[in-house]
Design a protein around this ligand. Structure first.
Ligand code: GCB
Length: 601
């Protein structure tokens, strides 16, 4: 799916701003929304209104905005597009139903010409933030009736982040001519030895063109190749590679022509780079890459999970200052704007689906593993997420397939991969992702602490072993010596079992209250956080196939209420306001000394 941009043939109208808002179930969509409440878009609704009722609301909310389309555009194809609506949306224009979409982190769109009138139009959206055992993320849903018979809904999140919701990403109307470029697929096959890239470009069109022309431009705007057709191959000689932290982007300018005239034009940027997994190494452009970075969240004050481009730019600057080179979009696809920024900044991204909470019972109690026999916690009979999972893999790959920054897909975070039925659940999903990705990137899922080498059933499916481990925090709390032994022992075990698969940490961390210090290095102190990271770094450097450290978490973030959380999760190495905790100095030094390429040859 193409990102909406304005070109010589396309206009983009932004519907961001202040909308009308209300929480309720019953609304007559033929009438203006009966509310005086304001809500900014894009953003979560939760923290904007100073109201516990709105913040904690579970169920349906309504948004409405008036807009006018200039007469000059009425003969064009007009598409209403949502960057995301979390988690499910029903869209009406002038009271008429236009489109429905389920899944809170991927874009959707619909042509709206037939619904429009000249003058003011009314755009009304019903959004649900409900999650259950069929959705991703997974929620535990329940409902009851109050004394007046009103249904009270409740979602108990099966995951550790606040269930922010609403219109999180930009709402736009864009125009195209009636004959239009619908999608572009770019596969740059890089021949490193010949310093050449063979770029395959496939163009999908709507309507009809006499000819499609593809021009490849370099960063200076010089034409480096040109061809005609909807399936073309363009050779780039002396190719300029897209490298981690040293991005270079080519542009594929695609033109649809009729009677010798260009009717539609779209420009898609791409990077020429080669990603491979070989002999226990993760190679980018033929050199072993070492991941240094983070698990993150889209999470900021007041905006909640809403797009905040200033924070995106700031976060990437902070990462770069620290010598980091990568992050994982834990635990859902991030905004398209962030993905475009990462392409541009040379930040390497592990792109994750919203498949989080795929376990029936959560525990860090490793003793259940000692019981022996096959583990069956009921996850794969209780959850019915297959359909949602297939849909989101399709939508994510469709959206992000051309991004140079994306080097690997993460199919899920911490599923019950130790439990009976997990392999049968995941094998077809991995096959689907591999089939759909035109660039055939590596795939992984992020392994939960319980799923040790002895009990995990799904590691055969992955290209890279991605581990979330909390030795020294959730287990061996405060005992870094034993934690170090456990860390080393487990990593060596993985390496021995799968000598050809690279291993990385996608999470490790310790809750740390900024400003809390301890002469004894007690847990929760800034000293303990630093000691914890030093211990882990030491072990990482001993393991030849260990190819990356992405810590948990970039910044403190909001979660649901719980006795383990004080105003959210405090594992950030930055506070939620992006103030550094003490450990940032240590990690900056370490990461600035570790080269991005060729650290472990
Ligand atoms: C995990 C989860 C992450 C949590 C983290 C924690 O394993 O993947 O969502 O926030 O642990 O801090 O407990």
């Amino acid at each position: 799916m193409l990102y909406p941009i304005s070109t010589d043939s396309r206009v983009v109208m932004d519907l961001n701003g202040v909308w009308k808002f209300m929480i309720d179930n019953e609304v007559d969509v033929n009438q203006p929304l009966p509310t005086g409440e304001s809500m900014a878009v894009p953003a979560s609704f939760n923290d904007q209104a100073v109201s516990a009722e709105i913040r904690q609301h579970c169920g349906y909310v309504w948004y409405e905005k008036e807009f006018t389309v200039a007469k000059a555009l009425f003969n064009e194809r007009l598409v209403l597009r949502f960057g995301s609506a979390t988690h499910e949306a029903w869209v009406y224009v002038n009271g008429k139903f236009v489109v429905h979409h389920k899944g809170g982190f991927t874009p959707f769109e619909a042509e709206i010409n037939e619904f429009l009138v000249s003058g003011a139009n009314r755009l009304t959206i019903r959004v649900s933030n409900l999650l259950d055992h069929t959705t991703l993320p997974v929620g535990n849903y329940s409902e009851k009736k109050d004394e007046n018979g009103k249904i009270i809904r409740k979602v108990d999140e099966n995951f550790d982040f606040f269930n922010y919701a609403g219109l999180h990403r930009p709402v736009k109307i864009y125009s195209t001519p009636l004959n239009y470029i619908d999608d572009i697929v770019i596969v740059p096959n890089v021949d490193l030895a010949a310093k050449k890239a063979d770029v395959q470009v496939s163009v999908k069109t709507g309507g009809h063109f006499d000819e499609v022309r593809v021009t490849i431009l370099d960063e200076q705007g010089n034409t480096v190749a040109q061809a005609t057709g909807t399936e073309i191959n363009a050779a780039i000689e002396n190719v300029h590679l897209w490298q981690p932290l040293n991005a270079y982007l080519y542009t594929a300018k695609v033109e649809g022509l009729k009677n010798g005239e260009v009717e539609d034009v779209y420009q898609e940027q791409f990077g020429a780079r080669k990603v491979e997994v070989k002999n226990g190494k993760f190679l980018i452009n033929g050199e072993s890459f070492y991941f240094k970075g983070f698990g993150k969240h889209e999470d900021t004050f007041v905006h909640g999970r809403g797009l905040d481009e200033a924070y995106n730019v700031h976060d990437i600057k902070l990462m770069k200052t620290m010598g980091a080179n990568s992050f994982r979009t834990s635990h859902y696809p991030y905004s398209e704007e962030m993905m475009r920024l990462c392409d541009q900044e040379g930040i390497v991204v592990i792109d994750e689906t919203p498949a989080v909470g795929l376990f029936a019972s959560f525990t860090f109690d490793l003793s259940i593993l000692e019981k022996g026999g096959e583990i069956e916690d009921g996850t794969w009979t209780k959850l019915r997420t297959t359909e949602a999972h297939q849909q989101v893999i399709r939508e994510l790959i469709d959206r992000d397939k051309n991004h140079a920054c994306v080097v690997m897909w993460s199919i899920a975070n911490e599923p019950a991969s130790y439990s009976k039925g997990s392999y049968e659940y995941f094998a077809p999903l991995f096959a689907l992702a591999r089939e759909l990705d035109p660039q055939k990137r590596p795939c992984t899922f992020v392994n939960i602490m319980l799923a040790t080498p002895k009990v995990d059933k799904c590691t055969d499916l992955v290209d890279v072993i991605a581990l979330n481990r909390y030795y020294g925090w959730y287990v061996q709390t405060g005992d870094l010596k034993t934690a170090e032994e456990k860390t080393r022992q487990e990593l060596l075990e993985w390496q021995e079992m799968y000598p050809d698969k690279p291993i990385m940490y996608t999470e490790y961390g310790a809750d740390t209250v900024a400003g809390f210090h301890s002469a004894f290095g007690e847990p929760f102190s800034e000293e303990y956080q630093e000691d914890y990271y030093r211990m882990n770094s030491k072990v990482f450097d001993e393991i030849p196939n260990f190819v990356g450290e992405q810590l948990w978490n970039f910044a403190d973030f909001q979660t649901k209420y719980g006795i383990m959380r004080v105003q959210g999760n405090k594992k950030g190495i930055f506070t939620r306001a992006r103030e550094p905790k003490m450990v940032v100095r240590y990690l900056s030094k370490r990461w600035n000394e570790i080269p991005n390429l060729g650290y472990k040859k």
